[in-house]
Design a protein around this ligand. Structure first.
Ligand code: THU
Length: 150
């Protein structure tokens, strides 16, 4: 596959869709507003009926609690743009050497829209590293009593 974004060389270990979403997450990570933590995160959410992934980055605030994570920015942007969504997977990229797992708030937010087997791909600025299913990371999400079982 020819993916020249940021000089990243695809490993062939992951699908073409995942590699493209990785490139999008890497690109949008550069938009991160993280002057307080200096921890920039990029995310790209792939929807089943849409060839391109919806990107998001973390946006911090001087009032720290107003900060929003990259995963939730991507997810909420997808809902705002598409109305109802059918998420396929998400790619999350940080500047860390090891894979960084999404925080519990983001996992709970993903659980609102995504099935248990929804895949979460984790990478750094060099490469994609590993993947988990949503159920691996959040086996017991909170569900409102009126929500259908997924
Ligand atoms: N952050 C994310 O964007 N995603 C996560 O899953 C965890 C943390 C952001 C929030 C904050 O801007 C910075 O990383 C440090 O916590």
């Amino acid at each position: 596959m020819n993916c020249s974004c940021n000089g990243y060389k695809p490993s062939m270990k992951f699908s073409k869709d995942v590699e493209f979403a990785y490139a999008e997450a890497l690109k949008i990570r550069a938009h991160s507003h993280s002057p307080y933590s200096r921890f920039a995160v990029g995310a790209a959410l792939k929807l089943r009926d849409n060839p391109r992934a919806v990107g998001g980055c973390n946006v911090e605030n001087a009032s720290f609690g107003a900060t929003i994570c990259a995963e939730r920015v991507a997810l909420h942007a997808a809902v705002a743009q598409e109305g109802s969504i059918n998420p396929e997977f998400i790619v999350v990229v940080t500047g860390e050497e090891d894979a960084t797992v999404p925080c519990a708030l983001c996992l709970q937010t993903l659980a609102e829209f995504c099935a248990d087997d929804f895949k979460i791909y984790l990478g750094n600025t060099q490469t994609l590293l590993k993947s988990y299913s949503l159920r691996d990371l959040l086996p017991y999400p909170f569900r409102h009593f009126s929500q259908d079982k997924k």
